[in-house]
Design a protein around this ligand. Structure first.
Ligand code: DGL
Length: 271
């Protein structure tokens, strides 16, 4: 186990998707303080070449760990963790990293039809890590990988109050629905932390009901296990949760969204 540091719990994503994990983590660990980091300067991670993203993340974490000294880090991003999880653990051995990977194993265990779909960024569907999960846990299923170029950005627009059309969403999720020999897809893995924000919209558009598998609670439970009894900074009146953005310009809707999640935006005038 890594050396205990009693700082806050750091939740990391390329954008706002990690808020779906923060929501669950707070419910399970109401006394701990959270610092949310969004690497919005580099969003979307789904478009990055692997080598460049890996180097970028290692350099960024060098700084973040030094500045924040977290009790543990939750990488609430499939695109980031499937690429950089092993390298982060190897480089920063004093830090515990809790990861996010496509929930292929639980989907393969639960499917009745044997047809599952994995909805993710184009980068996550290409990762060796994702292919290895399918080989290890879903070889008895038909797993369709659906890489969506636009959904993460659409989720950001939608959750911050912008208009997102049904047609735009349907174009991205339609390939998830497979019919084969009288069987139909019954589970769609939400393998990008942004997508649970759109789950209600997906549900309305689905041609038949499916289980939209959101791993956020399981990730939060894993973080609670990793932290165990370890002390970390407690949440308090003068010690609220904060959000840190790597990009300088922040749209007012995003600042409002963060405030709605009880996060003050570091460096802004937000309360
Ligand atoms: N939230 C990220 C994930 O879980 C992806 C968003 C992006 O493309 O940056 O994969």
């Amino acid at each position: 186990m890594a050396e205990a540091v009693d700082g806050p719990v750091l939740i990391f994503d390329s954008g706002i998707g990690g808020l779906t994990v923060l929501r669950e983590a707070r419910m399970l660990m109401p006394d701990r303080r959270f610092v949310y980091v969004a690497d919005n300067a580099a969003f979307p991670y789904g478009d990055w070449p692997e080598g460049a993203l890996l180097a970028h993340m290692l350099a960024l974490f060098e700084r973040l760990l030094e500045e924040i000294r977290p009790a543990c880090v939750i990488i609430a991003c499939n695109t980031a963790f499937t690429l950089a999880g092993a390298a982060l653990r190897e480089r920063f051995t004093d830090t515990d990293f809790v990861g996010t990977v496509p929930a292929i194993k639980p989907a393969a265990e639960r499917t009745a039809s044997g047809l599952i779909s994995v909805l993710a960024t184009p980068a996550t569907v290409k990762r060796d890590y994702t292919r290895a999960l399918i080989d290890s846990f879903a070889s008895h299923c038909h797993a369709r990988l659906v890489g969506s170029k636009y959904l993460a950005a659409l989720a950001e627009t939608y959750i911050s109050g912008g208009a997102v059309s049904d047609a735009a969403l349907w174009a991205e999720i339609a390939p998830c629905f497979v019919e084969e020999d009288g069987r139909r897809t019954d589970i769609v893995v939400l393998a990008c932390t942004h997508y649970p924000f759109l789950a209600n919209r997906f549900r309305k558009l689905a041609p038949w009901p499916v289980d939209w598998l959101n791993p956020a609670e399981a990730i939060a439970m894993q973080a609670r296990r990793v932290l165990g009894e370890r002390p970390s900074t407690a949440i308090g009146e003068t010690n609220r949760d904060v959000a840190i953005f790597t990009g300088r310009t922040l749209r007012p809707e995003i600042t409002r969204l963060m405030q709605g999640f009880g996060l003050s935006v570091a460096g802004s005038d937000a309360p």
